[in-house]
Ligand binder design. Structure first.
Ligand code: ADP
Length: 479
């Protein structure tokens, strides 16, 4: 197979700008693709905090808002990836990446600028990889405004949905302002969604393939419950919809090299994990009895993460021998509950409210069990970190949690954790009991840990799957 030329278009990417998981993917995937031999570019806005790169084009003409609106383009090369920054101060030199009243206009402009930039660079692109609503209009521009442009006849697009909840809504009268044909509002291929325009819907309709960040989430978003009213459309496109798990940044999350933890360890020598547990217990002023199981949670404290379930059974957990530590930030009512719990059981419970990356690493390393009973979870990272750190996850079987955690089977000695299906506190408690029984059988527990720690969540695995999708969409276009 020939090497593909891939352009990843994203509104944020590590290390330049980040608000969520999209930035991790946009930062890591291009590097992994480059290692697999692809010619990869990343194109993103040049926010005011971005000072790197050299000026490549002083003026790039982009038809937009009934005129030609120019931007400049900056460039740098990192880890085999060409990175292009679209610079237009009027749109991107602002406080915060999003949350402005003209967000959809800003990213519609960006989407069109990506196409103009590809054209200006002049090397034909095999696949443009779009991400979330911010680049949802890019496939629409490509298949309408640029449909007869020979430069793009063999360019395919894919759209990755990281979060289906955000559409990028706009008034339908803005379609013409964005430089699109106003007939695109209605009909089978119309952008209209509940009387407004939806950038995400545009992307779903016009791209060549859709990916989401786990296999299970790809199924869930086709249901009424999780489909944010796009489920019918996603069902129509189900043959072009595939789930690909995000990878883990192994340079950052690896117990053998982690700089934040008290001692390093690996699947072959877990002695360092005991040291991590002792230090963690001390950190939370808990008795350093290493025989007692330690259960941990690291999370944004929102309804999505299943805190109501944990709260319902917290007292029952404390009736067992297990201790409990929590790192989280978010909703006040949750913080008050866990602070009160800590105050009443200071010998059994430790809490830290706020964001603390080093402590997140220490909890992953020092705990025996990790809870993640989310109501929904497109991919989820913490359960993957837990597996790699030999901290046995107990999760609800949804989205990426379902894809990554396999129930442990005592007969076959297979599986890496415990999961429950209904969003129900009793089911969670049952799984915790089951895990605590296994914890008291050292050989069995060692086996679960071994199964967990030998999972491969490297970006190379994910990048290979994306590469397959790129080849498929490219071949469909006759490339
Ligand atoms: P989500 O993206 O929905 O918050 P994920 O599990 O995908 O959930 O990723 C959460 C990331 O944020 C993980 O890297 C986790 O360690 C980190 N994290 C969450 N809360 C905190 C916190 N209070 N302090 C430090 N890191 C946190």
């Amino acid at each position: 197979m020939e090497n593909l030329r891939i352009v990843l278009a994203a509104s944020e990417a590590v290390p330049y700008a980040k608000t969520g998981g999209l930035a991790d993917v946009a930062g890591a995937l291009p590097k992994a693709l480059a290692k697999l031999g692809c010619d990869v570019s990343l194109i993103m806005p040049r926010y005011s905090n971005i000072k790197t790169g050299t000026l490549l084009f002083e003026s790039l003409a982009v038809p937009f808002a009934y005129k030609i609106k120019t931007c400049s383009v900056w460039h740098e090369k990192q880890d085999g990836v060409s990175i292009y920054f679209v610079d237009i101060p009027e749109y991107f030199w602002r406080d915060g990446l999003y949350g402005h009243s003209d967000d959809v206009e800003r990213f519609a402009y960006f989407s069109r600028a990506v196409l103009e930039l590809c054209h200006r660079i002049g090397e034909k692109v095999d696949v443009i990889h779009c991400n979330d609503w911010m680049t949802g209009l890019l496939p629409v521009y490509l298949r309408t405004n640029y449909a007869s442009n020979p430069f793009f006849t063999t360019t395919a697009t894919i759209l990755t949905i990281h979060n289906l909840a955000f559409h990028g809504m706009f008034g339908l009268d803005a379609i013409a302002y964005f430089g699109l044909d106003s007939h695109l509002a209605y009909g089978d291929m119309g952008l209209e969604f509940s009387n407004t325009g939806s950038s995400l819907k545009g992307g779903i309709l016009y791209c060549d393939a859709i990916t989401t960040v786990s296999r299970r989430y790809a199924e869930e978003i086709q249901t009424h419950e999780h489909g944010f009213r796009l489920d019918a459309l996603l069902r129509q496109r189900c043959y072009s919809l595939i789930g690909i798990l995000n990878g883990v940044d192994i340079d950052e999350w690896n117990p053998a090299t982690d700089k934040h933890i008290a001692a390093n360890y690996s699947v072959n020598d877990l002695s360092g994990k005991e040291i991590c547990k002792r230090e963690l217990l001390k950190r939370f002023n808990l008795p350093t009895d290493l025989t007692k199981p330690l259960i941990g949670v690291i999370s944004r404290m929102t309804d999505q993460k299943g805190f109501d379930l944990i709260m319902k059974i917290m007292n029952r957990i404390l009736e067992t021998s297990a201790n409990f530590v929590l790192l989280g930030s978010g909703t006040d009512s949750y913080e008050r509950y866990f602070q009160a719990l800590r105050d009443s059981r200071p010998d059994r419970v430790g809490v830290y409210f706020g964001f603390n990356n080093a402590l997140a690493h220490q909890i992953e390393a020092g705990c025996d069990i990790f809870l993640m009973p989310s109501s929904y979870e497109p991919c989820g990272l913490n359960q993957m970190y837990s597996l790699l750190y030999g901290t046995v996850p107990i999760v609800r079987a949804t989205g990426g949690l379902d894809d990554t955690v396999e129930n442990f089977d005592r007969v076959r000695m297979e599986g890496n954790g415990f999961k429950f299906y209904d969003y129900n506190a009793e089911q969670l408690l049952e799984r915790i009991y089951e895990a605590l029984i296994a914890y008291n059988e050292p050989e069995l527990w060692r086996r679960i840990i071994t199964n967990a720690m030998t999972e491969d969540f490297s970006w190379t695995v994910s990048a290979r799957k994306y590469l397959d999708v790129y080849h498929i969409v490219r071949q469909r276009l006759g490339g």
